[in-house]
Design a protein around this ligand. Structure first.
Ligand code: 5GP
Length: 177
């Protein structure tokens, strides 16, 4: 796959500083709670890896994969669980680790699904948020950057499975959303 030209929106340095700041807040808020970090595949893996290494409290991790977009850049509004958690979350403090909240449809579904499993708490940390695109009422408890309504790639986020390896968050030149 040929990678198109991209324009940096948030630099690698800015991301690293923000990730450390978010981790500092979570360290404080979750002290003594042994939270379960629930990483939403695949986009959030890079964020999870950096974020958890900035935490000093003990944590566990688990993964879920949900589909919302397929190979296009438009939301289908359909959410399917492709991979479920390996462990029970009953009585646990669950912190969902997301790459980006766009329409909010995916997270809304996920949070409702998780709440039905009897966790102590369910909260959300997201690196990116596109508030202008929201279609349902959902907010992150911890948010890195609010960004404009543009399709972004890098730092785990893909376009047709490409660009995930970029250390910065970029806009695809010529992309439309
Ligand atoms: P939502 O359900 O909030 O509309 O969509 C959430 C998911 O859509 C994200 O986890 C991500 O996988 C994908 N998504 C939303 N906006 C973007 C974007 O600007 N770039 C990329 N690469 N994925 C996005």
């Amino acid at each position: 796959m040929q990678l198109q030209e991209t324009k940096t929106l948030i630099s690698a340095g800015e991301i690293q500083a923000k990730v450390a700041e978010l981790a500092g807040r979570v360290d404080k808020d979750y002290y003594g709670k042994n939270p379960l970090l629930l990483c939403v595949l695949k986009g959030a893996v890079i964020f999870l890896a950096d974020f958890m290494r900035c935490l000093t409290i003990p944590v566990e991790i688990d993964f879920m994969a949900v589909s919302s977009y397929g190979a296009s850049t438009k939301s289908s509004g359909v959410v399917r669980i492709l991979k479920d958690l390996e462990s029970s979350i009953e009585g646990r403090h669950v912190l969902i680790v997301e790459d980006i909240i766009d329409t909010g449809l995916t997270l809304k579904y996920l949070v409702e699904n998780l709440r039905s499993r009897g966790p102590a708490t369910v909260k959300i940390v997201t690196l990116l948020d596109k508030p202008d695109r929201r279609e349902v009422d959902i907010e992150a408890d911890y948010c890195g950057f609010k960004i404009p309504n543009e399709f972004v790639v890098g730092y785990g986020l893909d376009y047709n499975e490409g660009y995930r390896q970029l250390p910065q968050v970029s806009v695809l030149k010529g992309s439309q959303k």
